[in-house]
Design a protein around this ligand. Structure first.
Ligand SMILES: NC(=O)c1ccc[n+]([C@@H]2O[C@H](COP(=O)([O-])OP(=O)(O)OC[C@H]3O[C@@H](n4cnc5c(N)ncnc54)[C@H](O)[C@@H]3O)[C@@H](O)[C@H]2O)c1
Length: 383
């Protein structure tokens, strides 16, 4: 990038867990990727000026505000990043789109399929670029798995096995938060973790869902809410569903925040007609690969370490074998997004994925599975 490269001024709404992950990406991307725009972390938008200003200082933004409208009216802001709880994504993103800003939004895209569709439709109408932060597509190992599957290394995909297991709500004394309230998050482990699995397995396999059959359970019905009070938990602790894909492949999905011992066990295994590929976030730079090459007595899974020069993103970082971590997936996601902005001609073929259309696809599966769990039936994915 030359010293004269134009800038991409960023306003980030929300500044806690994801704010830190995104803020790090906004600072790092130009240091490691050759990008057509210089990303400038400009302003953090929060609800409390003191806390937002403290976050801006820590995360390297120029200033902080509580006035989103003023930020959206500022022509010098080019990108609005939505890093807030689920129930605010739609309103913040729609306002940013109306102001013709590019938008990067956290997952799940929205609270309902109708909201997600409205967001995708307005993004197209405004001819801006949008992204959904499904960062797990962009670990070097998952990007390599997608490449291998797409070039036919395991043959046509037949089965998808996907689990995302955490344990921070296994303890009934763990406190209530927006993540345990349907009004604020829509669903529990389902929208939180199955959303990632749905997106990742769509990206890896190219398969589209046809119908799903789900079940859910809330093991802990109330949780401490401070000052001796209890809050009702009206979302799932665990959510499992079966899936049929168009074309005949089948899949199983399990998301839980109540599996003691499992911290962030995000694991997908894809079996094709002649091979299997498995990825687990807790060993995120490795892929387990079985293909039928090598003769019967030499067969077995091999572990591919995905941090050598030919692997996706690896050459942007360190010498071969010097591994990357969780935060790098966000840097990769942002770098690819900025590259897509550099290609211009939005709406004319160039596209960043996952965008809001992918968000609509994920939301349709989430919603069908929720309907299925309520009714005890197989449910078709809405168009
Ligand atoms: N991509 C991922 O891997 C990943 C991981 C965790 C969370 N998420 C998603 O990111 C989003 C945020 O989650 P988090 O873990 O950062 O939550 P968090 O509770 O840590 O942070 C939320 C932030 O939003 C602010 N906020 C809340 N309501 C707001 C509003 N109406 N307007 C402006 N600011 C508001 C809070 O003050 C806080 O700064 C959620 O949608 C979640 O599903 C994604």
């Amino acid at each position: 990038m030359s010293a004269k490269s134009p800038v991409l001024n960023v306003a980030m709404v929300g500044h806690a867990f994801m704010g830190r992950a995104h803020g790090n990406a906004f600072r790092q991307a130009n240091h490691f990727f050759d990008l057509p725009l210089q990303v400038v972390p400009k302003v953090i938008v929060g609800r409390d000026l003191g806390r937002a200003a403290e976050a801006a200082g820590k995360l390297g933004f120029e200033h902080a505000t509580t006035d989103l409208d003023a930020v959206l009216a500022d022509p010098d802001i080019h990108l609005v990043d939505v890093a807030t709880p689920n129930d605010s994504h739609h309103d913040i993103a729609m306002a940013a789109l109306r102001a013709k800003k590019h938008v990067m939004c956290e997952k799940p895209l929205a609270m309902t399929l109708a909201q997600a569709k409205a967001m995708a439709s307005l993004a197209k109408k405004q001819k801006v670029r949008v992204a959904l932060w499904h960062n797990y597509r962009r670990a070097p190992a998952t990007a390599l798995a997608a490449r291998m599957i797409q070039r036919g290394d395991i043959g046509a995909v037949r089965q998808v096995r996907a689990v995302y297991l955490q344990d921070w709500l296994a303890d009934p004394k763990a406190g209530a938060s927006w993540r345990t309230s349907k009004k604020h998050c829509g669903s529990g482990a389902h929208g939180d973790l199955n959303a990632h699995l749905i997106d990742l397995t769509r990206a890896l396999t190219g398969l589209e869902f046809e119908s799903v059959c789900g079940m859910q359970q809330t093991f802990t019905k109330t949780r401490p809410a401070g000052r001796g009070k209890k809050a009702k938990v009206d979302v799932d602790d665990a959510f499992c569903f079966l899936a049929k894909f168009k074309g005949g492949a089948i899949g199983t999905y399990e998301a839980t925040r109540a599996a003691p011992g499992r911290k962030n066990y995000n694991c997908v295994e894809i079996s094709g007609e002649k091979g299997t590929i498995r990825w687990n976030l807790e060993r995120m730079n490795e892929l387990e690969v079985f293909t039928d090459a090598g003769g019967k007595d030499g067969q077995g899974f091999r572990t591919v370490m995905c941090m050598d020069t030919p692997h996706p993103y690896a050459a942007n970082w360190w010498p071969d074998g010097h591994i990357v971590g969780y935060e790098h997936t966000f840097v990769h996601h942002l770098a690819d997004f900025v590259l897509s902005l550099g290609k211009g001609a939005i709406g004319k073929g160039t596209r960043f994925a996952p965008d809001f259309d992918d968000g609509v696809a994920v939301q349709a599966v989430l919603e069908a599975a929720l309907r299925s769990a309520e009714r005890g039936t197989w449910e078709k994915i809405a168009k």
